[in-house]
Design a protein around this ligand. Structure first.
Ligand code: PBG
Ligand code: ZN
Length: 341
């Protein structure tokens, strides 16, 4: 820094103001919008977005989810209408969650060929063959107790759950799913699912693993949407402690060893450090799930006029990409597609 005394200062002042001239002027490249655009480092792209659907049995059903403005539970016919909109917006991929008419202790709806996600997948692939259909593979929506695994005497059993998860994955692949996305957090599920897919002729179907999935309070609105709240206890015996970063990297490394093709960090916003670290430790694509609670907070603040929704959403999602995410699952996808036009 160069320093000189200001000649023109008021001589009555009894303090000295050294004139500081910066050697480096960062603002040079911020002076004009086109210039800022030229040197922008991170670009949120339409191709990175995955939009979730919540599908119910029936016809003509489109029930708003109160805590997630703009998001609905819908029957397959209604879903197809929204899928047409999604495709015309240029969104490449959707993620399917099913809400079965009946739940039981074997999660029948998760693996049955007439399960809601299986039926929805067949319809989507029939009408929109180029739309990438990601099937969320879990048991909680289909279990009467709402847990992501088989329950025995109040405990969530790991190994017996693997069989039924693998069965669900194969049945989703059979229905035409392009990507299998296990979200249960049982140990060894990626290996079990990979082996089952391969054994059944689906060796070319990739697995997007919910690898570092935390026991987060931000899933609250989703559980209303998917009717998947656990009927007793919580998910802390299988989902991760939000405080743990090293353990998250172990989960990611394990899923890669077991055969994951894409790894995921979930939720996104409070876990940007882990998205960044994941990006660093693996060459696999990294996905981030911008979950229901993250969405609802933004929508609530925007509805109150407290924030500028468009600017906030673009800033949040750009931050997730900047941290290192290649893919973002987000309920904002349709809005973002409009804004990116
Ligand atoms: C179920 C599942 C959950 C989410 C995706 N899959 C909820 C949970 O684990 O309780 C959360 C998604 C969201 O909040 O948007 N395995
Ligand atoms: Zn689950």
């Amino acid at each position: 820094m160069k320093e000189s005394l200001t000649e023109t200062r008021d001589k009555s002042l009894d303090y000295i103001l050294p004139r500081v001239t910066p050697d480096v002027r960062m603002r040079r490249l911020r002076s004009k919008a086109p210039l800022r655009a030229m040197i922008r480092e991170t670009h949120l792209r339409l191709e990175q977005l995955i939009y979730p659907f919540f599908i119910v049995e029936g016809k003509g059903i489109k029930t708003p989810i109160k805590s997630m403005p703009g998001i609905h539970q819908q029957s397959i016919d209604e879903m197809l209408k929204e899928a047409a909109e999604v495709v015309s917006l240029g969104i490449k991929s959707v993620l399917l969650f099913g809400i079965p008419a009946t739940k039981d202790a074997d999660a029948t709806g998760a693996w049955h060929s007439q399960g809601i996600v299986q039926k929805a997948t067949r319809e989507l692939k029939k009408h929109f063959p180029d739309l990438i259909v990601v099937a969320d593979t879990c048991l909680c929506e289909y279990m009467d107790h709402g847990h992501c695994g088989i329950v025995h005497e109040g405990k969530i059993l790991n190994d017996p759950s693997l069989e039924i998860l693998a069965r669900a994955a194969v049945s989703q692949a059979e229905a035409g799913a392009d990507i299998i996305a296990p979200s249960d957090m049982m140990d060894g599920r990626i290996a079990a699912i990979r082996a089952a897919l391969d054994a059944n002729g689906y060796e070319n179907i990739p697995i997007m693993a919910y690898s570092a999935k935390f026991a987060s309070a931000l899933y609250g609105p989703f559980r209303e949407a998917a009717e998947s709240a656990p009927q007793f206890g919580d998910r802390t015996s299988y989902q991760m402690d939000p405080a743990n970063a090293r353990e998250a990297m172990r989960e990611i490394e394990l899923d890669i060893e077991e055969g994951a093709d894409i790894v995921m960090v979930k939720p996104a916003m409070p876990y940007l450090d882990l998205i960044s670290e994941a990006r660093y430790i693996t060459k696999l694509p990294v996905a981030a799930y911008n979950v229901s609670g993250e969405y609802s907070m933004v929508k609530a603040a925007a509805a109150n006029g407290w924030i500028d929704e468009k600017r906030v959403v673009m800033e949040l999602l750009t931050g997730i990409v900047r941290a290192g995410a290649d893919l973002i699952i987000t309920y904002h996808a349709k809005d973002v597609a409009e804004w990116l036009k």
